[in-house]
Design a protein around this ligand. Structure first.
Ligand SMILES: [Zn+2]
Length: 475
């Protein structure tokens, strides 16, 4: 065969192959030109050899399950959802399979059984038998630091209502509400986050720290702590802020660990939303407010969709400004307290447009607990002791801030009020009534009004008697 013919055949083969892939029929329609195939394989490695399914794993979240297939290259696939009985069919075209699907750990998932078979001689069909109807969604992911090409199938439990607001828990003695802190462990599941020397993974380190932080803060009077992820699975970034809103959070804290190409980069840092991030987010809320579902204002929710542009803009701006101010306030306390146990990257709270910081109604922080890419910090970060110390420091900072600035109606606000009253009580002076005294005279002498004296001493009349002790409030 002449070289020109070979190339024209190669072209035809390629076109045929593409068409075949589109029609999900695989190799069979491609003309059989052995010589050309061999040439092609030599010239374009990877293009022709059928992909292989190398591994499979399952991640289980409360309202979704994720099946991940590691594939050796890009693959085409089809999803089919069937009922009676509920099952999902995944057809992966033109692929070899090295996975025994029956060995997947389906414990704690809505999957009852996984079956697989070869179809048409070159496709692989995987069937997931389900306990209940789930909505499938698929995605082809490009290689990252840890994994190669992946076909990801999410099974979403739409019946699990994740949008309904949760009411605040209340202290049984005082009837006052607890402050809700939502703690967010970065990354998870398929997303390992930063990777450190010795296979230390950010998602594991930060999850351990958030669990510690939850346990510590939950023990404190007046706090209730929720996690955005309770295991090793990925949660969408916007979903993390939606969860904070669902829990009526007073504070959202995302926990991460940094990585940098230079291994000597080191130190913990605390981040709040940048002005630019805030501006773009407000624009997004305003343009989306017709959708109705979005509320701002946490406990005293304000809806934006019945307001005109100007008013909605002003309300949003007020809310965002207040949230940013509070974020910075907590951030400074947390940074100071973390600085006592860890090296700091910079001596001040930093600003960035991270998606998880963008709630206009919830003060939000992101804590980078150190550089996992730095060998000595990575060594520390993976130890339980250091994780505890970092968690304690973050807890201290949060607690200190809320002790000084408790949200109205909270148990800590009530505590603060009691402390103020008690200290007022201590500074009160007492006066014993002598012959000839009148209440108005006593009031004048102590620079208070008769009314104040009567209220303070719970008097029904302005008559006083000799020897009676009148408590004088400090002015
Ligand atoms: Zn991270």
């Amino acid at each position: 065969m002449k070289l020109a013919d070979i190339f024209s055949n190669i072209q035809k083969s390629l076109l045929g192959r593409r068409r075949a892939l589109r029609q999900s029929k695989g190799f069979l329609r491609v003309p059989r030109l052995r010589v050309n195939w061999v040439l092609l394989i030599c010239m374009m490695p990877g293009l022709l050899s059928a992909a292989t399914i190398k591994h499979a794993r399952l991640w289980s979240a409360p309202d979704s399950t994720q099946l991940v297939l590691d594939v050796s290259g890009e693959v085409s696939h089809q999803l089919l959802s069937l009922s009676k009985p509920d099952r999902i069919v995944i057809d992966v075209m033109d692929v070899k399979c090295n996975v025994d699907f029956s060995r997947l750990n389906i414990k704690d998932t809505p999957i009852v059984r996984v079956r697989s078979a070869v179809r048409n001689g070159h496709d692989v069909r995987v069937v997931l038998d389900l306990r209940k109807p789930l909505k499938p969604r698929s995605n082809l992911l490009k290689p990252n630091e840890q994994y190669g090409h992946r076909l990801v199938i999410d099974l979403i439990d739409e019946a699990a209502d994740t949008s309904a607001k949760v009411t605040h828990s209340v202290d049984e003695h005082t009837d006052k509400r607890n402050i809700v802190v939502v703690v967010d462990a970065g990354h998870g599941g398929e997303d390992p986050g930063a990777l450190g020397p010795g296979r230390v993974r950010e998602k594991d380190v930060v999850f351990a720290i958030t669990k510690e932080l939850q346990a510590l803060l939950q023990q404190q009077r007046g706090f209730d702590v929720k996690l955005t992820r309770t295991g090793d699975y990925y949660v969408d970034l916007r979903q993390r802020t939606r969860l904070a809103r669902k829990y009526n959070a007073d504070l959202f804290v995302s926990v991460h660990a940094d990585a940098f190409k230079r291994p000597d980069a080191e130190g913990a840092s605390v981040w709040v939303l940048s002005d630019r991030g805030a501006d773009s987010e407000m624009g997004r809320w305003l343009s989306r407010r017709e959708n109705g579902a979005d509320l701002i204002g946490g406990a005293g929710s304000v809806t934006l969709n019945d307001k005109d542009d100007v008013l909605a803009g002003v309300l949003l701006d007020l809310s965002m400004t207040a949230s940013l101010k509070a974020s910075l306030g907590v951030g400074e306390h947390v940074l100071k307290s973390v600085g006592k146990v860890a090296q700091l990257h910079k001596g001040r709270v930093e600003h960035a447009g991270f998606v998880v910081l963008k709630s206009p109604d919830i003060p939000s922080l992101l804590v980078e607990t150190g550089f996992i890419s730095n060998p000595s910090e990575s060594r520390l970060l993976k130890t339980k002791k250091y994780q505890q110390r970092i968690a304690e420091a973050v807890q201290d900072g949060i607690q200190e801030y809320f002790k000084r600035t408790p949200p109205p109606g909270s148990l800590l606000a009530w505590d603060q009020q009691q402390r103020l009253l008690a200290s007022a009580e201590n500074t009160v002076s007492r006066y014993e009534v002598r012959r000839g005294d009148t209440l108005s005279q006593i009031a004048r002498n102590h620079d208070v009004s008769v009314d104040e004296l009567m209220t303070y001493n719970r008097l029904n009349s302005s008559q006083v008697r000799i020897g009676q002790v009148i408590r004088i409030p400090s002015t």
